[in-house]
Design a protein around this ligand. Structure first.
Ligand code: PEP
Ligand code: MG
Length: 772
């Protein structure tokens, strides 16, 4: 049997019909209203490739070097051509079309055609190719769409993923679901219990038209909260719904329409509809025995359930959602100097500095100078150095803790140790002189202190376990209207970063990837060729884009000052600048010396072409719109269309904040506050100079005025705003930004969860204030 009705399958059939079809079958079996449909079984795909004899050719065509982008592209094309060009046996075609025809009443039904992967043993089934979904399909295209779902097993991303992990292509199967479209008047999602705490509270989000608008985040939905204990609606928040997705009656295509004034701010769901949804939600939860995340739609008053998945974010412990029992982002991010609180006896502090990465550890001091051999840093040592550099990262990973003489909260040592999850104290001034090589010490990355001796508690890791290590693996993710993203500088941190549940990457720095090549970009290109340089960037960026897909990743072109290039091979040609921070860095250098810049853009263009359409390009240290002309020209020449791809600039100088209207007119999609530099350039305080670290104040009224005014203008002009500087991890800054209406906040890995909660608290306070 090539096809099975959904009502004839259940959870036991995952291997035959894939996860999606099996779960729809379960819902129907439980008596829930699911639009009618059938599935083309995984065996049908298997028989097709085996009986037509294309299987060997197919699997050998996709057995390519995953790091060779050209080979990957050819593999995808070859697989697609084989699958699409090989005819389907007549009896299979007839079986599919017969089922389809029996679903229509008098006229041809519009159906959704979706992949339903069976490779449940893949850690993330999105890689299996089950992304493919075609909406509003009718008979003429049906067979081709089914084959396109099959071919989606062999996109470049899927091939890359399986090749890299040694997962055999021959073992992955795919089924396809064909289901009647619900011409939704309204639709949305429902959480049958509180998504963070598991409390008996149902949250429903609802918008006009098809559900894609809500699921993709194109529209802000209404929000209804229902208390299951009291059996009553607790809270209703009506959003301004500017657009809706509907089916174009002529073409059957999904189109986005503006919503007229009277429906924009009117309530989507009546009390009666909420009651019916709640009843269905409770039934689904009872059926599965766990809280569910349900997609639903209403057509002509009839409710349909489109999908149901378990909620995976509920925390096991009894800690309340907003109880605020953890250290707040600020406790850990304030960078206050150590040794100053009452309970600390200053007497035994050997050295103090800025607590740059949280956690308490003990180990033997290992002093490392710039040109030293890094092998001497052993697993569990406390590494002490003037300042870390990119080639020290392997040693930083081995170290239990890191101490530097120089640097502030945004220095290399601070950023990288946070991403590695290694406790660190930076800017001690004299750590390398005062700490004795081999001596046992205890480092407190929260307080910024180094004390003598081994702290038993630190070693046992119980009482003093770093805050984030004590957290559950699946983070609690409160629903917030303001997106909360994460910053990434080293591709190895991608997995940890994605596991925070962040809504994307607000800043992916490439400086680390480039500087760790050991040569200046110019030298690297002249020694190894432009293609090799692109390949290095592709490898690092792809790891992050892959981990987050389809969540957006903002990758930034290079922004290293000349003094950082000077230490590299080829760096002797760098100009000797008095003030590298005010010198030839960021977009100025890129536009003056476009060769490496062009290769960066070409690498991003290749990634976009490979299917990483979640990449957005961002440009650093822009001052005004005159630079945008050059940026756009280089984007076009490299194959990135600034009209269709999302891109934007950092706001890091007062000039850029004051020129925001001109920048918006020049076509940016987003502006992201780089408060490390914006603070440095507004207050004339060197961000890396520990002598003035106490004057480095991102919350200074002058900085906040620049930020607030820029957000206001951007909101008027429809430009998204974000923050990706260190201050995005501070609770006061988060409150300020949410109040001003920022679109997203990007925080350090260790601060994401606190920021999610802080955003939620502020959003709720604003809502309450508005009705009081
Ligand atoms: C910033 O300036 O705030 C920023 C995020 O960029 P970087 O720290 O890389 O200069
Ligand atoms: Mg910057």
């Amino acid at each position: 049997m090539a096809v099975l009705w959904l009502e004839d399958v259940d959870a036991d059939d995952v291997g035959t019909v894939g996860g999606k079809a099996a779960s729809l079958g379960e819902l129907i079996g439980a008596g829930l209203p699911v639009p009618p449909g059938f599935t083309v079984t995984a065996g049908t795909y298997r028989d097709f490739i085996e009986e037509s004899g294309i299987d060997d050719e197919l699997f050998s065509a996709v057995d390519v070097d995953p790091e060779d982008s050209a080979a990957l592209r050819e593999a995808e094309e070859a697989a697609e051509e084989l699958i699409l060009e090989t005819p389907l046996p007549d009896e299979v075609r007839d079986e599919i079309l017969d089922r389809y025809r029996s679903m229509g009443d008098d006229e041809e039904a519009f159906v959704a055609v979706r992949s339903s992967a069976t490779a449940e043993d893949l850690p993330d089934s999105s890689f299996a190719g089950q992304q493919e979904t075609f909406l509003n399909v009718r008979e003429a295209d049906l067979i081709r769409r089914v084959k396109e779902c099959w071919a989606s097993l062999f996109t470049q991303r899927a091939i890359y993923y399986r090749q890299q992990r040694g997962f055999p292509h021959a073992e992955v199967d795919i089924a396809v679901v064909i289901q009647r479209m619900v011409d939704a008047d309204k639709s949305g999602v429902m959480f049958t219990s509180h998504p963070s705490t598991g409390d008996p509270q149902i949250t429903i989000e609802a918008a006009w038209g098809l559900g894609e608008a809500v699921v993709s985040g194109t529209v802000s939905p209404d929000n209804y909260v229902y208390d299951r204990d009291r059996g009553a609606v607790d809270d209703v928040t009506i959003a301004e719904k500017k657009v809706e997705m509907v089916k174009d009656p002529e073409s059957g295509e999904t189109v986005q329409l503006d919503i007229d004034d009277d429906r924009r701010e009117s309530r989507v769901l009546s009390d009666e509809e909420i009651d019916r949804l709640v009843t269905l939600g409770e039934r689904v939860e009872d059926h599965y025995g766990t809280p569910q995340d349900v997609e639903w739609a209403i057509h002509d008053g009839e409710i349909f359930m489109l999908q149901s998945r378990p909620i995976t974010t509920i925390q096991e412990s009894d800690e309340g959602d907003d109880a605020g029992t953890d250290a707040t982002a600020d406790d850990r991010e304030s960078g206050t100097r150590g040794g100053s609180t009452a309970e600390d006896s200053d007497a035994d502090v050997l050295v103090d500095g800025l607590g740059a990465s949280p956690g308490i550890v003990s180990g033997a001091v290992r002093i490392v100078h710039k040109l030293d051999h890094l092998d001497q840093v052993q697993e569990g040592d406390v590494m002490v150095t003037e300042m870390t550099m990119p080639d020290m990262v392997p040693a930083m990973k081995r170290a239990a803790g890191i101490v530097t003489d120089e640097g502030g909260m945004t220095s290399h040592a601070a950023i990288i140790s946070r991403e590695l999850g290694v406790p660190a104290v930076v800017g001690t001034g004299n750590g390398t002189r005062l700490l004795e090589d081999g001596r046992n010490v205890t480092l407190d990355g929260d307080k910024g202190t180094i004390r003598p001796g081994t702290d038993d508690d630190a070693e046992s890791g119980e009482e003093f376990e770093p805050v984030e290590a004590a957290r559950p693996e699946t983070p609690v993710k409160p629903m917030t209207a303001t997106e909360v993203k994460v910053n990434v500088s080293i591709p190895e941190a991608a997995e940890r970063a994605a596991a925070t549940g962040a809504d994307g990457v607000g800043l992916l720095r490439i400086e680390h990837m480039v500087l760790s090549l050991g040569k200046t970009p110019e030298r690297y290109i002249s020694d190894h060729g432009a293609r090799a340089y692109q390949d290095e960037l592709i490898e690092g960026v792809r790891r992050v884009a892959e981990e987050f897909y389809p969540r957006p990743v903002r990758v930034r072109t290079i922004d290293a000052p000349t003094d950082e290039f000077r230490d590299l091979e080829g760096g002797d040609g760098e100009p000797n600048e008095h003030n590298p921070m005010l010198g030839w860095r960021g977009i100025r250098r890129s536009l003056d010396k476009p060769e490496p810049f062009r290769q960066e853009l070409a690498a991003f263009a290749r990634l976009l072409e490979m299917g990483y359409d979640n990449l957005e390009v961002m440009f650093p240290l822009v001052n005004d719109a005159t630079e945008i002309e050059g940026i756009k020209r280089h984007m076009r020449e490299s194959g990135i269309d600034p009209e269709t791809n999302r891109w934007g600039v950092m706001i890091e100088t007062p000039a850029s904040a004051l020129q925001i209207e001109e920048l918006a007119a020049a076509g940016i999609d987003f502006a992201s506050f780089g408060t490390n530099d914006l603070t440095q350039y507004t207050l004339a305080v060197d961000r890396n100079n520990e002598n003035v670290a106490d004057r480095f104040d991102e919350l200074h009224p002058a900085v906040l005025t620049l930020i607030g005014d820029t957000i206001e203008t951007c909101r008027e002009l429809g430009v998204d705003t974000s923050i990706c500087g260190q201050a995005g991890s501070k609770s006061e800054m988060v409150d300020f930004l949410v109040e001003q209406g920022v679109s997203s906040i990007s925080a350090n890995i260790d601060a994401v969860r606190d920021v999610q909660h802080e955003v939620k608290r502020t959003e709720q306070r604003l809502l309450l204030d508005s009705v009081r």
